[in-house]
Structure formats: C-alpha cells, structure tokens
Design a protein around this ligand. Structure first.
Ligand code: DGJ
Length: 350
C-alpha cells in the first residue's frame, strides 16, 4: 500500500518540506476548494511562541507550509519579552460581506492570568494577518464571585480555550452567516458562548450603537450569550452541527495531560447543552486516545461523517506534539462515535 495517502494518528506528520507540522490547538478553514490549517507554531518550544502557522491542502493528507501568518513579534508589547506572550488555539473564519479572513485567538502570557481574546484580520487566507486588539468580551459576576487570578472584576471574565463556529444560518438576514465564539471562562470553571457581530470582529451587542468593543454585562448581551457547563471545568470546546442539532466536544481540565472527552447536544447553538458521555469507543485508558479536542471537519455532513482532530501534547517538546485525526461518525439517534485506527483514509469513513 506504499504511496497511498493515509492518516497516521499520533505519528510525526511532515509538511511539504519534510518538517513536522506545527499547528497545534488548530482549526481548519475550507475556502474555494482548499483546506487551510491554522494553529500554534510551537516549533521553537513553549517559551518561544513563533505565532500562528498556516498550511494548505487539497486532499487533507499533504500539507504545504504557508508560513507564519501572524507573528508573535507583531503582537502588542504586553505579549513580548519576559511576559512570554503566547497565542493559543487560533481559529480563522471567512466573512462573506467584508471579504476578510478573521482570526480569533486566546492571547496569553506565562502564568495564564492574561487570558484575553485577540482578534486579527487579513485579506488573504495565507495572511499576513493584522492584529487588531485584545480584550475580554463579557463582564459578569457569577454567584460564587469573580476569578481573582485573572482579575476578572477589573478586566472582565477570563478568555482561554476557544473555538469559532459559523452556523449555516443568517438569522438577521444581513447576508452574513451567524457566527459564535465558544470559550472557557470564569477561570476555566464555566464555558461561554457569544454571538459575533456582522464583521465577526467582536461580539454582537444587541444595541447597535455599541458595536465597538466595550465589555458588556449580561443584560446588554441578552439573548446572544450563554453560560454552559456551569462550574464543570470544561476546556477545548469543539463545536459542529449535524441535522439541525448542535454538538459540542469538550475535555476536562488537566493541563497538558489527556483526559476523557465528553460530547453534548443542543437544539440551539447557545444551548442548553445536554452531556451524553465519552464519544471514544475502545479508549480503555479514558484519554481520548491520548489527545485533546481542537476541531471537527465535516466531510460528508449529510451522512454524519466527520474527522475528529485532537492534539497529543508532549509538553517537554511542544512543537513535536503529534495530532490525532480519527473518523467521527454520528448515527441516526445522534450518537457520536470516535474509533481508533493505526492508519486510515477517507474511504474508511463509513
Ligand atoms: C490545556 C489547554 O487546552 C491548552 O490549550 C493549554 O492551554 C494547556 N492547557 C496549558 O496547560
């Protein structure tokens, strides 16, 4: 079976130059027949975050390195030098109205107290992306109080593991599909889902006059914001949609160590999400096959066929962390299954 392309979960994955792909915590954008894979460039190690890398592919097996599309050195001063600035879990979506590629990221420094959203835009999927600003979308006091480590009271609720999701709906009829940001907040205790504005460059405030970027309260956000998995400590939000239902894979919160994933289903994108359990079949050790979720790619959406993507973190050599790409299927009852294969190809996605 030599030369037949296949996925090899957990193995080193060379790009077109023979170098292991470094696009961790990544996301895939499918645009005009090409897949773009964006992620953390950890190739120089944890403390030398290079920025956001991009790879392109037409077949999902072979990836061409398109370079660093947002460089760490182009991030604001607060994220330079001894602050050990890091960009984590970047995701890129395309806005059909502005014709811009919009990147959101978890902007961080060592100590994990910076915990803010960063937003960047580009005219091209392969950059360069221009960094716009960082901030925290929501300011809401939970019953148990604000997280002190991240100074939530002053700065707004913390913004860590994140994902962007574009729905196949245009509920405002403004020519732009609805998009949402999912992120771990309240010091990772609770997950937030917030609708984005028409440009996708910040959250959608119900009051149009406020479409700049103020932090806002629960009342201002109204029906465009929700809190999910309250005080359940879920990370690595990975949303996708199947037959009008919203699916959300998350991990537990154990640093770089793997733990069992869970998936949840909701009738509306903002929830309520009902947790249904671990989607991994035959995962004896309860480690999501030694990975942490980061993206689900629709392959044959109508028939419930997707690819699960997770990172197999190797914290001592973060840049060498392999990826775990596995078939994800959904049956007629909405049950999600991820199974292990040492090697597999798209034809196995049955
Ligand atoms: C788990 C998160 O999911 C990762 O993105 C990263 O932030 C690590 N924690 C850091 O410990």
């Amino acid at each position: 079976m030599e030369n037949v392309p296949c996925f090899k979960p957990g193995k080193i994955w060379p790009d077109n130059k023979g170098k292991h792909i470094s696009a961790h915590g990544g996301g895939i954008l499918f645009h005009k027949g090409i897949y773009y894979w964006y992620g953390e460039d950890n190739s120089e190690g944890y403390l030398n975050n290079v920025g956001v890398s991009c790879y392109s592919s037409t077949d999902l097996y072979n990836w061409k390195h398109e370079g660093t599309v947002l460089k760490q050195e182009d991030m604001p001063e607060e994220l330079q030098g001894e602050n050990n600035g890091r960009i984590e879990r970047p995701k890129v979506i395309y806005n059909a109205k502005t014709n811009k590629f919009v990147m959101w990221m978890h902007a961080e420094r060592s100590g994990y107290a910076f915990s803010s959203a960063g937003v960047a835009i580009s005219d091209s999927p392969v950059g360069p992306f221009e960094f716009l600003f960082y901030d925290r979308p929501v300011l809401f006091e939970p019953e148990e109080g604000f997280d002190e480590h991240t100074n939530e009271k002053e700065l707004g609720n913390s913004f860590r593991d994140m994902h962007l999701f574009v729905d196949n709906m245009d509920s405002y009829g403004d020519g732009v599909n609805d998009a949402y940001v999912f992120y771990s907040s309240e010091g990772n205790l609770t997950m937030y889902i917030v609708r984005l504005n028409a440009d996708y460059t910040w959250i959608d405030l119900t009051d149009n006059s406020a479409r700049i970027r103020p932090q806002c309260t629960k009342e201002q956000l109204g029906d465009v914001w929700s809190r999910q998995f309250i005080r359940k400590m879920r990370e690595a939000p990975t949303p996708f949609k199947y037959q009008d239902k919203y699916y959300l894979i998350t991990s537990a919160c154990t640093g770089w160590k793997p733990n069992p994933a869970e998936y949840a289903i909701a009738d509306s994108v903002l929830g309520e999400y009902v947790t249904l359990g671990d989607p991994c079949e035959g995962d004896q050790e309860g480690t999501t096959f030694y990975s942490q979720s980061t993206y689900v790619i629709p392959i044959d959406e109508e028939n419930g066929k997707f690819i699960y993507i997770g990172d197999r973190w190797t914290p001592d050599e973060l840049g060498k962390s392999p990826y775990v790409w596995l078939p994800l299927t959904i049956d007629d009852n909405g049950k999600v299954t991820i199974k292990w294969y040492d090697e597999w190809s798209l034809t196995d996605l049955k």
